[in-house]
Ligand binder design. Structure first.
Ligand code: RIB
Ligand code: CA
Length: 310
C-alpha cells in the first residue's frame, strides 16, 4: 500500500493533538507538513501547541507553518473549551516555534510539487484552505482529496444553536471550500457525539511512550468538556476525522448537497443539507453520518500506543 501524503491544517486543541498522534502512530501516513490556523486559541498558541506535540512525538522533522490569525472575513471568536492556551496539561516551556505565516503558500507549493497526491486533513476553521484556493484557483483540481472536520447535519451546533465550531469561526472560508471542485469528505458533529472517550481509555494505554502527557492533556480536556459542554468524556472530533484517513470503510457515507450560511445573525456557520425529496440535488460533499465504534476503538488504541516512538 503506498503511503498517504498528508498536510494537516489544525487549530491545535486537545482533539487536534490526538488526531496528530493517531496519524503519527499509524504506518503509511506520510505527514508532509502541519499548517496552523487560529480557532481553539490564538495563532501563536496553536502554533506552539502543534510544535509541542511534534516535540513529544520526536517528529520535529515535520515542518510547521503558521497561517491565518483569524477568519478571512470577520473577527476571531476564541473557543472557550480548550483552556487558556488551547491545550492544558503539557509542559511547553522548552517548545521552540516561530510564526512564519507561510501556511497557505506552503499548501500551494506542496500540492503543486505532488499533483494529484496530497490529502488535506482540515481539523480547524478553513481559513488557510480558503486562502490557498484564493491564491491559486487551480489548486483544488490538483488535490487528491480533502477530509474536513466540521458542520452539523442532524444534530445541533456546539458553538451556537445551529453551527459547529470550525464552520462558526469562519463561515466564509467554509463556504469557499465546500463550493470548491475537489473530492470532499465531511466529518460533522453527528458521528462524534456518540464516540466520547472516557479518561480511563487513555489511562489504560500504559506502556505508550506518551502515556503521561497524553493522559494529562486529556484529563484537562475532559474536565473542560464536562463543565462547558456537559459532555461525558472527550469528544475527540478531530481524531475521528483523522481515523477516516486510516479506515474509511468504518464510516457510513452519504453524498449531500450542502451550503454554508454566512449571513444569519443566529445561523452563521450553519451547514445546511438539501433534504427536500422533490428538489433537485447537486451533491458537493460526501458526509460521514456514522462510524463503527469498535473499529475506531481498536485502531486508536493501536496507533496511540505507538505514537512517540519516533
Ligand atoms: O467542533 C469541533 C471542532 O472545533 C474541532 O476541530 C475542535 O478542535 C474545534 O476546532
Ligand atoms: Ca480542531
Amino acid at each position: 500500500m503506498t503511503a498517504s501524503k498528508i498536510i494537516i491544517d489544525t487549530d491545535s486543541g486537545a482533539d487536534d493533538a490526538l488526531a496528530l498522534l493517531l496519524l503519527l502512530g499509524k504506518a503509511g501516513m506520510d505527514i508532509l507538513a502541519v499548517t496552523t490556523v487560529a480557532g481553539n486559541s490564538t495563532i501563536e498558541n496553536v502554533t506552539r501547541n502543534a510544535c509541542a506535540i511534534l516535540d513529544l512525538a520526536k517528529r520535529r522533522d515535520i515542518p510547521v507553518h503558521s497561517g491565518e490569525a483569524g477568519p478571512i472575513a470577520r473577527p476571531l471568536a476564541k473557543a472557550v473549551i480548550h483552556g487558556e492556551h488551547g491545550i492544558a496539561g503539557i509542559d511547553m516551556r522548552a517548545t521552540r516555534y516561530d510564526l512564519d505565516t507561510l501556511a497557505a503558500d506552503k499548501i500551494v507549493e506542496i500540492v503543486r510539487a505532488n499533483p494529484g497526491e496530497i490529502r488535506l486533513l482540515a481539523i480547524g476553521p478553513l481559513s488557510n484552505i480558503a486562502s490557498a484556493f484564493q491564491k491559486d484557483p487551480q489548486l483544488p483540481g490538483l488535490i487528491r482529496d480533502i477530509v474536513i472536520m466540521g458542520g452539523a447535519i442532524d444534530v445541533c451546533g456546539n458553538m451556537s444553536r445551529m453551527a459547529e465550531f470550525n464552520f462558526f469561526i469562519d463561515p466564509e472560508a467554509a463556504d469557499i471550500v465546500l463550493r470548491a471542485p475537489l473530492k470532499k469528505t465531511l466529518i460533522p458533529l453527528d458521528p462524534c457525539m456518540s464516540n466520547a472517550l472516557p479518561l480511563d481509555f487513555f489511562e489504560s494505554l500504559k506502556g505508550a511512550p506518551l502515556h503521561g502527557p497524553m493522559t494529562a492533556m486529556m484529563a484537562h480536556f475532559i474536565d473542560e468538556m464536562a463543565q462547558k459542554r456537559g459532555a461525558k468524556g472527550a469528544l475527540v472530533y478531530d481524531a475521528i476525522a483523522a481515523f477516516y484517513l486510516i479506515d474509511p470503510a468504518a464510516f457510513t457515507l452519504v453524498d449531500m448537497d450542502i451550503v454554508v450560511e454566512t449571513r444569519g445573525e443566529h445561523t452563521a456557520g450553519m451547514s445546511i443539507a438539501e433534504k427536500r425529496p422533490q428538489e433537485p440535488q447537486t451533491p458537493n460533499v460526501s458526509v460521514a453520518m456514522a462510524v463503527d465504534p469498535e473499529r475506531f476503538k481498536k485502531a486508536r488504541a493501536a496507533a496511540l500506543l505507538r505514537a512517540g516512538s519516533g
